[in-house]
Design a protein around this ligand. Structure first.
Ligand code: ADP
Length: 400
């Protein structure tokens, strides 16, 4: 009774988890929470399926120095609070599946070793993703663990979308346009297929606009091209990441400003984007509420780049049947949606302003040449679904 799937989404400074109870073919969220502030001011917070707080506890930095320690604390907590629930499998978000993994995979020693070879491709994220897997393999060697990749959804994209205009040997060494946010795109594409199947078969651009942001072009529900590439820095500007940048700027910072590669990396990942442009905040809410010109510039820059990226992706698709907004900004910021679509009015996109303000699912006005949607994303549910299906394949009936 109470068979459940645990979803773990681990980063360098936080581990989030969500527990889903398996009810037939359905997955019902029963617990969610996580440890944040790892190595700084760690705290564990857990809520139940209705949002009631079950735990809110602070730790000393020395008690939770890294992701492994955090996973031990989470496992201990779950061990005491599961009630009649039994965890039958764990699904992990793993940022990088390299060129090899085009779908989720059951983790064994060989897979884990393979995933370690991708650490140089995403140093901050991949290390944090793998630590909890190792801890759980030590504590519960019998428990099936599944890796679900941010890159996998894009692995079938055409070769034109996979390459940089660099010497060929670099592509062979793995310097490729992998793309990210794949679990979000897969979930949103699946929801679009449920709500509007004919649209899902067409030419669709999804804009995942959260603290990380990218856009993806889909034809028939499959990724054709995306704005993030080798790393999660490319494409549109984000909360603190720069987005597409002339590589000459990086050379300039190193050669003429004397910055080390690590300093440049820190600047591009943590001090740029909306925060860098505005000098004020990485949060769109703060920028929209501000009357400072720098805040207005940052918002204008963001919206313009998102619209430009959508136009470029429409070239890949040979047209556009639907534009979908998702993630924190895409789902919650009507002013950003309005400005992005205004920049696409030349292509015949027309927003229904009342629908946009009220935040309903369908936003296009009559006469618009493409549909416009808001579809909330849910990467954790995508991971839980993948894990349940993989479990069924390896041990039919185990998740029944
Ligand atoms: P992630 O999962 O990558 O941390 P989210 O998808 O949760 O990111 O998006 C977080 C961002 O969404 C915040 O930084 C904020 O800028 C934006 N956001 C959330 N709510 C709103 C809102 N009501 N209006 C404008 N922006 C919002």
């Amino acid at each position: 009774m109470g068979d459940s799937i645990l979803v773990v989404n681990a980063g360098s400074s936080s581990i989030k988890f969500k527990l889903y109870r398996i009810e037939g073919a359905d997955l019902l969220p029963s617990l969610s929470g996580g440890m944040s502030g790892i190595g700084g001011t760690p705290s564990l917070r857990v809520t139940d399926g209705r949002g009631a707080v079950l735990e809110d506890r602070r730790f000393d930095a020395a008690e939770v120095p890294d992701a492994s320690a955090a996973q031990h604390h989470l496992s201990d907590w779950l061990g005491h609070h599961l009630g009649d629930a039994t965890i039958v499998a764990v699904g992990h978000r793993v940022v990088h599946g390299g060129a090899a993994f085009a779908e989720p995979v059951l983790i064994d020693d060989a897979v884990l070793r393979r995933l370690e070879t991708f650490i140089p491709l995403a140093p901050l994220h991949q290390l944090g993703n793998l630590d909890p897997i190792r801890v759980l393999r030590e504590r519960r060697p019998d428990l099936p663990q599944v890796a679900c990749f941010d890159t996998a959804f894009h692995r079938g994209h055409p070769e034109l979308s996979d390459r940089f205009a660099l010497p060929r040997f670099l592509h062979d060494e793995g310097v490729r346009r992998y793309g990210f946010h794949g679990l979000s795109y897969e979930y949103v594409a699946g929801r679009l297929r449920e709500i509007a199947p004919e649209t899902a078969d067409g030419r669709v651009v999804i804009a995942h606009l959260g603290s990380g942001a990218s856009l993806c072009a889909l034809a028939g529900g499959r990724s054709q091209d995306t704005t993030m590439s080798f790393t999660a820095l490319d494409g549109v500007p984000m909360g603190t990441r720069c987005g597409a940048l002339d590589p000459g700027v990086v050379l300039h910072l190193i050669e003429h400003r004397g910055m080390t590669p690590a300093e440049v990396g820190h600047m591009l990942y943590y001090e740029s984007g909306l925060l860098g442009l505005s000098g004020l905040s990485n949060d769109v809410r703060t920028l929209l509420a501000s009357d400072r010109p720098e805040a207005a510039l940052a918002v204008a820059f963001f919206c313009r780049r998102v619209a430009q990226a959508a136009a470029a992706l429409a070239v890949t698709l040979g047209g556009l049947d639907a534009f979908v907004f998702t993630a924190g900004i895409g789902e919650n910021a009507p002013e950003i949606r309005q400005r992005v679509i205004a920049d696409l009015s030349w292509a015949g996109l027309i927003l229904d302003n009342d629908a946009n303000r009220s935040g309903v699912a369908r936003l296009d006005a009559s006469g618009s040449r493409a549909q416009i949607w808001i579809i909330p994303t849910d990467e954790e549910r995508m991971i839980a679904g993948h894990t349940m299906r993989l479990l069924d394949r390896i041990a039919p009936g185990a998740s029944a």
